[in-house]
Ligand binder design. Structure first.
Ligand code: ATP
Length: 251
């Protein structure tokens, strides 16, 4: 991999791009994942490659949801696995969540490669290989999940999910926490908690909030969840993208 000088103005973005490229070479990320990355980069550029105040609030509400959940699961696809494997493992540890590989373009080889990659980065157990249950309302391959994983979960973190599956999971009554840089994407629109931020910032941020909230009584966690306004968070992010200069200021 080409060494990127740390003082390069586009350092973080280029490192991210290289991780996705390496993910494709390793059989973790699909070629379509390259296109998704490009789309995400454009939104991140407009956001100033920073975490908005509204995204930080969403990350805190997400952490509260995960700590309250009976069975939280973090869904992992090829882009997220390539971008932040260690951070996913830390998020699972901080919230007591399972990690489950769940792919739009599912192949058994890619599921196994991603599970290995996560184990290389510290995961002890990775779900998604059994695929013995189906999400109702989706075509065969896209519906496959583990019966004791996403199928059973009451709260699911779905980074970079497509709109259909996000909707189908929501219809099963699960609390959905979506991480997506596009506030207009259908998955962000249907989420209980949309985090409009780059996964490389959002995943560790949710983990940090979860560690901070670990000793917090249930009633307080429930109050954090109740106070979160998904529509307001989406509106704030969309304005930040469209108007750029409004930065983090709320009006
Ligand atoms: P839509 O919901 O608008 O139909 P889509 O599911 O077709 O979107 P894709 O083109 O597959 O969208 O792109 C995947 C989504 O993931 C995009 O919305 C993009 O902004 C987002 N994305 C890509 N990379 C990242 C990243 N690193 N962090 C957060 N979100 C990202």
């Amino acid at each position: 991999m080409t060494e990127i000088p740390s003082d390069h103005p586009r350092h973080d973005s280029l490192v991210t791009r290289h991780r996705i490229e390496a993910g494709v070479e390793k059989g973790i990320t699909s070629r379509q994942g390259l296109i998704a990355q490009g789309r995400g980069e454009a939104f991140d550029y407009l956001l100033g490659e920073r975490t908005l105040e509204s995204a930080d609030e969403a990350a805190r509400a997400a952490a509260a949801h995960l700590l309250l959940a009976r069975h939280p699961v973090v869904s992992v696809n090829g882009n997220v696995a390539a971008l932040c494997p260690e951070e996913l493992v830390e998020l699972a540890e901080a919230t007591g969540a399972d990690l489950e590989v769940n792919l739009f373009n599912r192949t058994e080889e890619r599921v196994a490669a991603i599970a290995d990659h996560l184990r290389e980065h510290g995961a002890s157990e990775v779900k998604g290989l059994t695929a013995d249950a189906r999400i109702p309302g989706l075509s065969h391959e896209r519906a496959k999940v583990d019966a004791d994983g996403i199928y059973d979960a009451d709260a699911v973190v779905v980074p970079l999910e497509d709109g259909d599956r996000a909707e189908a999971l929501g219809a099963m009554g699960k609390t959905e926490i979506v991480i997506d840089l596009n506030p207009l994407s259908r998955s962000a629109q249907v989420a209980a908690v949309p985090i409009v931020d780059n996964v490389v910032r959002a995943v560790p941020n949710v983990a940090r909030h979860a560690r901070d909230l670990r000793e917090t009584p249930r009633e307080e966690l429930e109050a954090i969840v109740a106070a979160f306004d998904a529509d307001a968070a989406l509106t704030h992010a969309e304005r930040a993208i469209r108007e750029g200069a409004i930065a983090d200021e709320r009006s």
